[in-house]
Ligand binder design. Structure first.
Ligand code: FAD
Length: 420
């Protein structure tokens, strides 16, 4: 092997986890090489938060852990080693001021994910880390249960030796950003178990064409509830969007984590939208009664204008089965109750979910049972480390996923440095 191809630490993947891991190890004096298969680092980071980059969240560590579900506790040591203020400070030192928005979400003041990405790349350059883009790692080399290097494909094949390797290849969603699931194969080949890969934070498809009729309509301040086999499982308040295939937007994406698992188990899955969550059934009925009295001479379709966005009116008329031109004073008590119930429970049968390529995050991945939470080191292969989405961790929207990538990247970088 070419002796120039020998490094202390090789990092695979130049997303937020890999950039952080490589930078932290290089800052501590190690000879570090980062491989990125795409021509540029951080392709996915550049499109986060609709281009605005929801970097993290001003929540407590306990809240963070809660948002990651059953594997949340695994992340505790990583969060204790590098958390929200550490990230905000590092960014500040590199020219990125951050601000806190609704829901404690932290964004860069410049509102630009590409600017954040470039700042991190400049920081990485200053740490002394070497970077090879357009290089795809094809194999992890292991000798006597110790990592010894990697095989790489660029123009040709090449082999690189390293005392430690940090695998940060991300998940399997948005493959055009480079995260196409390579890391699962690499880890599996050296003995790691990969927990069922599936989309999380994914839009949901609906059985009827009602969502299609409303496509493009966004609703704010509504409540969506997830029903599985007739039982309510979860509820989210906020913003959602209708699409040609079904439902999407923040609250739907959050509910999708449980919806996907229920669909995979062949359960009956429904989403109920409460269009008037501030009013309980009785209060809403009283409001309708008042409106009906005040506008007794109007047609049903005209009255609905005060209750609903206009594109929703034809759907409401169809589903409540009240004729559009019925005069309000002729609407029966039963019909009024039907309208009230529909406003509180606009229900969709969920027929499936969008392909994993469209997921914001991948659920499943390298089993965290085989990774030491205090160091991110593999329990199976000495000096092989993991960071970021390649592991079986995933959270709700809100900046939690990026913080986890940065925190686990930090811990893996300093652990690899300390071990050598
Ligand atoms: C549209 C979208 C919006 C999002 N918005 C947010 C948000 O606002 N806030 C938030 O917290 N999270 C958000 N996320 C999730 C977040 O982007 C990811 O959780 C995060 O990028 C994971 O970081 P990572 O470093 O683990 O992986 P990635 O960012 O996926 O990086 C992995 C890198 O590894 C490289 N790679 C893969 N295989 C190889 C190989 N064999 N050899 C060399 N390199 C390889 C890839 O090219 C890639 O650059 C969003 C995701 C998407 C898709």
């Amino acid at each position: 092997m070419n002796t120039n191809n020998k490094y202390d630490i090789i990092v695979i993947g130049g997303g937020p986890a890999g950039i952080m891991a490589a930078g932290q190890a290089a800052l501590r004096g190690k000879k570090v090489l980062l491989f990125e298969k795409m021509e540029r680092l951080g392709r996915k980071l550049r499109i986060t938060g609709k281009g605005r980059c929801n970097l993290t969240n001003e929540a407590s560590i306990d809240e963070f852990i809660h948002h990651f579900g059953k594997n949340g506790r695994f992340l505790k040591p990583a969060f204790y080693s590098f958390f929200v203020n550490d990230l905000r400070n590092l960014l500040l030192q590199n020219g990125i001021t951050t601000i806190v928005e609704r829901g404690n979400r932290v964004f860069p003041e410049c509102e630009s994910a590409p600017i954040v990405t470039e700042a991190l790349i400049r920081w990485l350059g200053k740490t002394g880390c070497q970077i090879k883009t357009g290089n795809s790692v094809t194999k992890l080399l292991v000798r006597d249960n110790n990592i010894s290097g990697v095989d790489v494909q660029s123009n040709g094949k090449d082999r690189f030796a390293a005392d430690a390797v940090i695998l940060c290849t991300g998940g399997r969603s948005y493959p055009r950003t480079g995260s196409n699931g390579d890391g699962y194969k690499l880890a599996h080949e050296v003995g790691h178990n990969i927990v069922n890969i599936r989309p999380a934070l994914i839009p949901l498809e609906t059985a009827s064409n009602n969502a299609r009729r409303l496509q493009g309509l966004s609703l704010k301040n509504v409540t969506a509830s997830l029903w599985v086999n007739g039982k309510k499982q979860a509820e989210e308040f906020g913003e959602m969007l209708f699409a040609h295939f079904g439902l999407t937007g923040p609250i739907i994406l959050t509910l999708s984590r449980q919806a996907v698992d229920a669909l995979d188990q062949k359960s009956v899955v429904e989403i109920s939208i409460d269009l008037k969550p501030a009013l309980d059934y009785n209060t809403l009925d009283a409001r309708l009664l008042r409106d009906f009295r005040e506008h007794s001479k109007q047609q049903y379709q005209t009255l609905l204008k005060s209750l609903l966005p206009s594109s929703m009116i034809p759907v409401c008329i169809d589903l409540t089965r009240i004729p559009h031109d019925k005069i309000i004073s002729n609407i029966t008590l039963k019909e009024r109750q039907t309208l009230r119930n529909w406003l509180k429970d606009f229900r969709f049968t969920i027929s499936g979910y969008r392909p994993i390529e469209e997921a914001i995050i991948t659920a499943g991945g390298v089993s965290v049972k085989e990774i030491q939470s205090k160091t991110m080191e593999s329990r199976l292969v000495s000096k092989l480390y993991f960071a970021g989405e390649v592991m079986d961790i995933d959270a709700d929207t809100g900046g939690y996923n990026l913080q986890a990538a940065f925190s686990t990247g930090f811990l893996a970088g300093i652990s690899a440095n300390n071990k050598l």
